[in-house]
Design a protein around this ligand. Structure first.
Ligand code: DC
Length: 324
């Protein structure tokens, strides 16, 4: 009776401890604890058996059973103690881990994804700035202009018209963001063609869908283009609108083309840029414009490092705000 009562109490207590241990996920502790209880119960059983059986056994068998039982008693008797010490050590270890984990969980308050939307006209410096920001924060970068350029280039390579929405949409659906080749797509005429292709809603729908899928990558993304803050990522916590005078932008483009060895006229570049601005800002679907909550950054008189430091201040503020 005493044996059954004590065993039941031990088992009930062990079960309660195990539940608690599992709740805070100290799995190994729970296992060791059960092992301890099992060994303890085994000792009880052997002891009870020896006491109850020995009066009925012949003297020699009783003495042998007592010797063997005593030996088992001592051996098994030590193991619950070892198990208990192990369980206690693991409990301490798990407790330490748990506290450490809690610190990490504070970091989880950091957003698991963060999107920075950058818009602006051609040659405003948004691409360089976007790459610099992505490098600094370790975020993925997508120059969405390249997606429109890739569609235009695909049509041009097959001598297809640039204003056939059906063909252009088909091309847009096959664009692989991982295979955008900046060098192959950087030609001036490809940019011009991209601006034409970009007025077609079906093309935009297809490309915007893949850009939005890109935007949710962890730990964060930087997308630059014309409609990122207004259409692609309207909920981005940081939106920048980069601008510069047409003359400053034309000069940058002119220097860039000249340094590659090509022959070009500054006036032609300026005229092209003005025409491109008009097309990008004047189209019905997703025209280039700053989002209502975008921060404007005029880079006419600003070098890239100053622009980056300005952007960094805004981004760091938004990151700090999103932690609370
Ligand atoms: O940024 P870029 O020069 O590579 O862009 C080429 C053209 O693509 C641009 O003139 C308009 C179009 N574009 C767009 O309509 N929307 C975007 N998000 C990015 C580019």
């Amino acid at each position: 009776m005493y044996f059954i009562l004590t065993s039941s109490l031990i088992v009930a207590f062990a079960y309660a401890v195990e539940r608690l241990a599992l709740k805070i996920r100290f799995g190994l502790f729970a296992l060791l604890f059960w092992l301890f209880v099992f060994q303890f119960a085994l000792i009880f059983a052997i002891d009870a058996l020896l006491q109850n059986l020995s009066p009925y056994l012949p003297a020699w068998l009783s003495s042998l059973a007592t010797t063997v039982g005593g030996f088992a008693f001592v051996t098994i008797g030590i193991t619950p103690l070892i198990t208990l010490v192990l369980a206690a050590a693991y409990l301490l270890f798990a407790l330490g881990n748990w506290l450490f984990d809690r610190d990490e969980k504070d970091d989880v308050l950091l957003p698991s994804r963060f999107t920075i939307a950058i818009d602006g006209p051609a040659a405003s410096g948004k691409g360089t700035l976007a790459r610099r920001i992505a490098d600094y924060y370790g975020y993925h970068h997508l120059d969405t202009g390249l997606t429109y350029r890739a569609v235009a280039k695909a049509l041009m390579d097959q001598n297809m018209p640039l204003d056939d929405e059906f063909l252009a949409e088909k091309a847009a659906r096959t664009i692989d963001l991982a295979k955008l080749d900046r060098t192959a797509l950087s030609a001036h005429d490809v940019g011009e063609a991209a601006s034409k292709v970009a007025i077609m809603p079906a093309v935009r729908r297809a490309l915007v869908a893949s850009q939005q899928a890109f935007a949710i990558r962890s730990p964060g993304t930087v997308l630059d283009g014309r409609d990122i803050g207004t259409v692609v990522c309207p909920d981005a916590p940081v939106k920048l609108y980069i601008t510069a005078s047409p003359e400053a932008r034309a000069k940058r483009r002119y220097d860039e083309i000249k340094s590659s060895g090509a022959c070009v006229q500054y006036d032609d570049i300026l005229a092209d840029l003005v025409r491109r601005d008009a097309r990008d800002m004047g189209r019905t679907d997703s025209p280039l414009k700053p989002a209502a909550d975008a921060h404007l950054l005029d880079t006419t008189e600003m070098d890239i490092e100053t622009a980056f430091l300005n952007a960094k201040t805004l981004i760091d503020q938004a990151l700090a705000g999103s932690k609370h």
